[in-house]
Design a protein around this ligand. Sequence first.
Ligand code: NI
Ligand code: MN
Length: 225
Amino acid sequence: MKITYFGHASIGIQVGDINILVDPFISANPKASHINIGELKADYILLTHAHQDHILDVEVIAKRTNAIVVSNYEIVSYFEKLGIEGHPMNHGGQWDFEFGNVKYVNAIHSSSFPDGSYGGQPGGFVIEGEHKNIYIAGDTALTMDMQLIPLYIKLDLAILPIGDNFTMGIDDAILASNFVKCDKILGYHYDTFGYIEIDHEVAKRKFFDVGKDLMLLEIGKSIEL
Ligand code: NI
Ligand code: MN
C-alpha cells in the first residue's frame, strides 16, 4: 500500500493497481500548486465530510476519471445529481471493494456543503488493503469512539488531523493514537491556513517523547506500508 500526501487533508492511496483519492482539496491550496489535478489517477474518491476543504476538486476529478465517490448517503446523493457514480455508506457500516475493505467510522465535527446545505454526518475511514490497515480520522475531535477501532483491527498507520482549531491538535492526536493503538502516525490538516499552522519540530518531538513516530510528508511525497 502506497500513501501519498497531496496537502491539507488530501491523501492518495494505491493498493495494487487501484488508486484511491481521499478528500481532494488541491487546486485552491497554494502549498500544493505543484500538484496537477488533471494528472491524478482515481478509481475511487473517499470523502469524510462535505466541507469545501475536502470536496473542492471532486467534481472535476471524478468527471475525468469516472471515479466512484464513497461517502455518507447525503454526500453521495449530492454528487449523483452531478452525474457522478457513488457508493453510499453510513456510520459503522463496511463494504468489500475490489481493493479491500472500507469501514465508515465516527467523527466529531460538522458537515455542510459550501452552499450551507446538509452534508450528512462527518466520518472517518478504516481501510484494509493488501494486508495493511490504515485509519483516516477525517476532521474530528478526540473521541472515545476511537477506542472501538483496535477492538476489531490492528492498524499499521493512523492518519490524524493535528492542526488544532477546527480539529484535534497535537496533544489530543497523541491521545487518539493511544486510543487506536497505533504508534505510526501521518499528520494532516495543518499549515494550510493561518488558523492551523503548527511548529513541525515541536509536534514531532511531542510524539517522539512518548515513543511514537509522527510523519509530516512534503506535499507530493509518498510512503510505502
Ligand atoms: Ni471540516
Ligand atoms: Mn477541514
